[in-house]
Design a protein around this ligand. Structure first.
Ligand code: TXA
Ligand code: MG
Length: 328
């Protein structure tokens, strides 16, 4: 769907913030940087704008959105916080954590954005550009990652433009993002559940809770009854097949390395990129989606990915890579 819409791109700053707030107020779609990935924002209270957003992304409408707010007061008008939810909010907001909570009584988020659930996902982003836009707009902004549905999330304004030019009104360019993987999603039910590993590690969350996070039920990824519906197994796939835990390279494959490169037949790789030569997981997370996008353009037979440790941010990185490997 190219609507023939002209997508404007503005460098982040006061003028872009004011323009973005105006576009949101008129029901338009604005992509902006958060610390995790670029988001595609719409007025959380405007069902028509949200319908356009789903259309622009080509996203199934059963996949609910995260409401982004500027402060805890705004979050509490949207959702009900119990003691544990408040502890997490106070420890980690603003930051790469999304809480799924029961909706507040007169929750201002449109039903369409919560896909008919009686829960709502909320977060306060840490990126100055995101917060300035939300504050200037004056209400909650729903924002999925600013990519076409099924593509990897965008970490630069160029990625957004590549996917969504002609489909959205405005892109605010704040440079590459810091974290590089999406927020960690915790469902605050009687026992907090890790719905999606992300930019905040499990260990940091468990330290504040004082007990382990639960895992979602095994059928959470079924299309029929999604718990974190965006976690459909094939959500993050590039077009090129992805081969995980590669210990050697097949002829015609691209190599996505991590740390010191200890793979067999390295010379067979048509192209090689290293997520972090020094084996730093934060650096790898920041590079992950951009490198997948780049390797996806190289017409390789497959992308061979070296093993990545599962600790810290490795949990989120491996989660995204497993989804990429399922294909679409
Ligand atoms: O870092 C991020 O979270 C980025 C930036 C832009 O904030 N946003 C993002 O949004 O990743 P999106 O739409 O790509 O992913 C939101 C996830 C989806 O998996 C969705 O199913 C889940 O949140 N979600 C939203 N509302 C939910 C709810 N009420 N219950 C369970 N899962 C929910
Ligand atoms: Mg997404």
């Amino acid at each position: 769907m190219d609507t023939g819409l002209k997508t404007h791109i503005l460098p982040a700053g006061a003028a872009a913030t004011a323009t973005a707030a105006g576009v949101l107020a008129e029901g338009g779609l604005v992509a902006f940087p958060t610390e995790t990935v670029y988001g595609l924002g719409a007025d959380a209270g405007n069902a028509a704008a949200i319908a356009r957003l789903y259309q622009a992304k080509g996203r199934p409408a059963f996949n609910p959105l995260i409401a982004h707010v500027a402060d805890l007061g705004a979050a509490r008008r949207i959702a009900l916080f119990d003691g544990q939810a408040l502890r997490l909010a106070e420890a980690f907001w603003p930051g790469p954590l999304t809480l799924v909570l029961p909706k507040a009584l007169s929750c201002p988020v449109a039903e369409l954005a919560t896909a008919g659930l009686d829960t709502v996902a909320v977060r306060i982003p840490a990126h100055k550009v995101a917060r300035d836009i939300i504050k200037a707009f004056g209400g909650a902004v729903v924002a999925p990652s600013a990519n076409l549905s099924g593509h990897v999330s965008p970490t630069t304004a160029e990625h957004v433009n590549g996917d969504l030019a002609g489909r959205i009104d405005l892109i605010v360019d704040g440079g590459p993002v810091e974290v590089g993987v999406e927020s960690t999603i915790v469902g605050c039910f009687s026992d907090p559940v890790l719905l999606r590993p992300g930019g905040l590690t499990r260990a940091e969350i468990e330290r504040v809770l004082g007990h382990p996070l639960q895992s979602p039920p095994a059928d959470a990824e079924s299309d029929a009854q999604p718990i974190a519906p965006g976690m459909l197994a094939s959500h993050y796939a590039p077009r090129t097949p992805v081969r995980l835990n590669a210990s050697d390279v097949h002829v015609g494959e691209a190599l996505l390395a991590f740390g010191p490169v200890k793979v067999g037949r390295r010379e067979c790789a048509s192209v090689e990129m290293n997520l972090s030569e020094r084996g730093d997981l934060a650096e790898a997370a920041a590079n992950l989606f951009g490198y997948l996008r780049t390797l996806d353009t190289r017409n390789a037979d497959a992308i061979a990915v070296m093993p990545i440790p599962e600790d810290g941010l490795g949990e989120a990185i491996n989660d995204r890579l497993r989804r990429a490997a399922v294909g679409r």
